[in-house]
Design a protein around this ligand. Sequence first.
Ligand SMILES: [Fe+2]
Ligand SMILES: [Fe+2]
Length: 175
Amino acid sequence: MNLMFAEDSAFITWLSKVITISRTFIRGAISNLLVCGIVMSKTLVVRKSLDKKTRQHLLEAMHGEAFAFVKYMLFSEAAKKNGHAKLAELFEKTAKVERFEHFAEEAELLGLVSSESKNLSDAIEGESYEVTTMYKEFAEEAKTCGDLAAAERFSEIRKDEMSHLAAYKAALESI
Ligand SMILES: [Fe+2]
Ligand SMILES: [Fe+2]
């Protein structure tokens, strides 16, 4: 009987050790799972770079917001001239939201504004496109269609873009 009791006692000691080790293991596993969950959820929310489609959508939205800003300012000027002060105020107020909230917030997300040299390179790319492709082709096509006033305006604006391009290039070289 004494021998059996001794064996039972050893068994109970062994069992309690197994239970303690198992508890420690389970606690570790649970805490690892929690850490993984937090890391994964953060990865899903905060991306290092924007998806290509999102970048494209931001650019499209910003073009729309920029156009709306200028258009509403022109509408506001017209309303003012026509004596509709309240309407002029509404157009101007809305224009400012498009520019200083919507456009600015999207530009921030896109990372539009960068270092001086990168901003100048970006500007040079835009002006180059206007000079070598856009206004050149628009002027030619307007002339072909017989829209001579538009053709002349596109040609004149193209000349302005040439001077913008030259000024930006000079500024970049001087940095
Ligand atoms: Fe907007
Ligand atoms: Fe320009």
